[in-house]
Design a protein. Structure first.
Length: 330
């Protein structure tokens, strides 16, 4: 498979018995441009020739060759952010680092926690201490497939399931937990509740089909409103990821209150559907300049949009084009 604002209502506090490893970096204000990274897994596979069973990148944090590739990858986005004077949030390679996916790779929970910690530490070591904020994110992916919903959890089940990974990342000192490619609201709500219990901020990114709806069939607005209602508006903001702008620009209702809660975008390079991408054996990397123009065009539809990066098929070329186009009119 080729995958892939509003303010918090309360300040997160560490869970009982947990001692944070450092003082977290607070999220920048919404008038600050934040650069994030791109399609890590597709870059590793198609640009660096890695085999990623289960589309999992987190095991690379445990090998010298893997760590070198990850440092190269994240370095591109730190440099792009510096070049345009933006803040940056770099997301640890932990999209598949949840218990059931780890089990398919032969990792028990102790091994998984070691690799999650190594993943977060690798990104944290790139942190700068001067200039704009540098945040370290911990990515949470779906329990199941990123494009299809085979089994749907309740919100409580999702919170229990994702709590292991989120607790590990909280102990590792992430500044924020980012759930990418959420396909239904109940799983998103569960991730947020687990983050609340662990005392870390949360960002939720929903993926959308070509009709602008989640894979579950729920509308984007309903998913945002349901998640906010169930969690007291805890998410720092929401994002759209693993979809092309042509898939959702028609559903962005500027008169709706939920539109202000969308703070970030990590779009695919390709305008193909999830089903079409699933069948591809060659990468469709689209047109970086065209994608950048589409991001800029969305500014008028998404007043809270300030976090920009990429998803499947994108790399440093796309994010550099987006950052330069964005900063030119900031």
């Amino acid at each position: 498979m080729l995958w892939f604002g509003g303010a918090m209502t309360a300040s997160p506090t560490p869970a009982p018995g947990r001692t944070p490893t450092r003082t977290p970096t607070p999220w920048p204000s919404t008038d600050t441009t934040v650069i994030t990274d791109a399609g890590l897994e597709t870059w590793l596979i198609f640009e660096r020739g890695f085999d990623l069973p289960a589309f999992a990148a987190y095991p690379l944090a445990g090998t010298p060759e893997g760590r070198a590739a990850l440092v190269e990858y994240y370095g591109y986005y730190a440099d792009i952010a510096r070049s345009v004077g933006a803040a940056v949030v770099l997301e640890a390679p932990t999209w598949r680092a949840n218990p059931e996916w780890a089990e398919t790779l032969g990792h028990d929970r102790a091994q998984l926690e070691t690799l999650i910690t190594a993943s977060v530490d690798l990104v944290a070591q790139l942190r700068w201490t001067d200039g704009q904020p540098f945040l370290v994110g911990g990515v949470v992916g779906p329990r199941g497939d990123g494009y299809r919903i085979d089994t749907q959890m309740t919100a409580d089940e999702a919170a229990d399931y994702h709590s292991f990974q989120i607790d590990c990342m909280a102990r590792s000192g992430v500044d924020v937990v980012t759930a990418l490619t959420m396909g239904y609201a109940e799983e998103a709500i569960g991730v947020v509740r687990a983050a609340q219990r662990s005392g870390v901020p949360a960002v939720i990114a929903f993926t959308l089909e070509t009709d602008g709806r989640l894979p579950s069939g729920m509308s984007l607005g309903d998913a945002i409103e349901a998640t906010d209602a169930a969690t007291g508006g805890y998410p720092t903001h929401y994002m759209i990821n693993c979809a092309h702008p042509t898939h959702f620009d028609q559903v962005l209702d500027q008169s709706a209150s939920w539109i202000d809660r969308i703070g970030g975008l990590r779009a695919n390079a390709s305008a193909l559907s999830h089903a079409e991408l699933d069948e591809m054996v060659e990468l469709d990397d689209g047109d970086p300049a065209d994608l950048a123009e589409r991001y800029v065009a969305l500014r008028s539809l998404l007043p809270g949009l300030h976090v920009v990066g990429g998803c499947c098929g994108t790399d440093q070329r796309h994010v550099a084009a987006i950052a330069n186009a964005w900063s030119a009119i900031a």
